[in-house]
Design a protein around this ligand. Structure first.
Ligand SMILES: NC(=O)CCC(=O)C(=O)O
Length: 250
């Protein structure tokens, strides 16, 4: 895989749409100066994440004639020479009158190369913890989205889409993606569960005398993506103290 640098622009989204766009511009410029080839913005980066704002902030997305937020993102991509995953913005479809939570992707010439409408809307009802009802405003999209880059194919979902692993599996198996990107606005109590988890794999020991040569190397990877334990190839019990890597990595 060709190496490249990705930049995640963690904007502090404000009520003022223009201020959000200005900040996006600034952060993309900084990222390109720091060698990023691909810049990603958050879910609903031009609007406060609240259903009461989505209709007012919504824009028509015309891929052949970008305007508003999409025109601005196209210009940034062109000026900075970077690919951009434009987080998501509330979209109004002029034909159906429906609203979507939509991510637009640009190549390094500012050309729109993909549009993803969030497929799984976040309707969460855990009073005292999180209550959300995106479907009060948005309609769900229907397509899995993959786009091509010089580094390989990349799959795209938006936040709650991550819970439905079929998107990642299909993108990996059908389109051979090198990575998945999820612009997101996870609620604070839930986000860590998705992004900061341990993964453990346990394999059989290696045995050169049998036809099947196992890789062995039973491994635990920490929430920071680093290997915490690698069991090597011999027969043994491999132990790992979970919790060695703090879950709050900020
Ligand atoms: N913006 C979202 O999709 C929120 C999803 C979320 O917090 C979750 O738990 O899932």
């Amino acid at each position: 895989m060709t190496r490249f640098k990705i930049a995640l622009a963690q904007i502090n989204v404000q009520l003022d749409k223009n201020a959000n766009l200005e900040k996006a511009n600034e952060m993309a410029l900084e990222a390109s100066k720091n060698g990023a080839g691909l810049v990603v913005f958050p879910e609903c980066f031009n609007t406060p994440y609240d259903t009461k704002y989505f209709r007012d902030y919504a824009e028509v997305i015309d891929t052949s004639n970008p305007s508003g937020t999409t025109l601005m993102l196209s210009n940034i991509a062109k000026e900075c020479g970077v690919f951009i995953v434009g987080g998501s913005i509330p979209e109004k479809d002029p034909w159906s009158g429906k609203y979507f939570n939509t991510s637009v992707v640009f190549d390094n010439h500012g050309i729109i190369i993909a549009v993803h409408r969030k497929m799984h809307l976040a309707d969460l009802n855990a009073p005292g913890r999180v209550v959300l009802s995106e479907s009060d405003v948005f309609s769900p999209g229907s397509d899995i989205t993959v786009f091509a880059t010089p580094w390989g194919n990349i799959g795209l979902g938006i936040c709650y889409d991550i819970r439905f692993t079929e998107i990642s599996l299909i993108s990996a198996r059908r389109d051979n993606v090198i990575m998945m990107i999820f612009p997101a606005a996870f609620t604070a109590p839930n986000g860590q569960m998705f992004w900061e988890i341990y993964v453990a794999g346990c394999g059989p020991a290696q045995d050169e005398t049998v036809p099947f040569h196992s890789n062995a190397h039973s491994t635990v990877v920490g929430p920071d993506g680093l290997v915490v334990v690698d069991g090597g190839v011999e027969e043994k019990v491999v132990y790992c103290d979970i919790g060695m890597v703090p879950l709050n990595l900020h």
